[in-house]
Ligand binder design. Structure first.
Ligand code: 5GP
Ligand code: ZN
Length: 111
């Protein structure tokens, strides 16, 4: 089972900031900004490239949750960035689709 599925199952701990029936959001273990949250579907989908007509709502749902969490954490006015890494060149480390929510400082674009 992948590491994010283990978090969903409660097998490994995470600092959860949002949860509903289908999604979870928790703090990144190695934050790259003062606010660094990962939003995931509870269903195991490996990567963005696997999103199809059936699963496309996952992307919109994660964006709505990112907006909610940004408000909850007080960065809705200062701004934030969402990132989805897909595959090796994007540096995807965990093959369970996730959206990064980054904020709390002026973000420099990293390529
Ligand atoms: P990726 O590079 O796949 O887009 O992002 C994976 C992210 O997951 C990284 O920012 C990494 O720090 C984070 N991460 C990896 N393992 C764990 C973990 O066990 N718990 C939490 N909270 N974050 C993790
Ligand atoms: Zn998984």
């Amino acid at each position: 089972m992948c590491i994010f599925c283990k978090i969903v199952n409660g097998d490994i701990p995470a600092d959860i900031v949002y949860e509903d029936e289908k999604y979870m959001a928790f703090k990144d273990i190695k934050p790259k900004a003062p606010i660094h949250i990962l939003i995931i579907p509870k269903e195991h989908i490996e990567k963005l490239a696997d999103i199809d007509d059936v699963s496309k709502n996952v992307i919109g749902d994660m964006a709505i949750i990112a907006n909610k969490v940004a408000k909850q954490l007080g960065i809705d006015k200062t701004g934030y960035r969402i990132v989805i890494n897909n595959g090796p060149d994007a540096g995807q480390e965990v093959y369970h689709i996730h959206m990064h929510l980054l904020g709390g400082k002026k973000l420099i674009f990293a390529s």
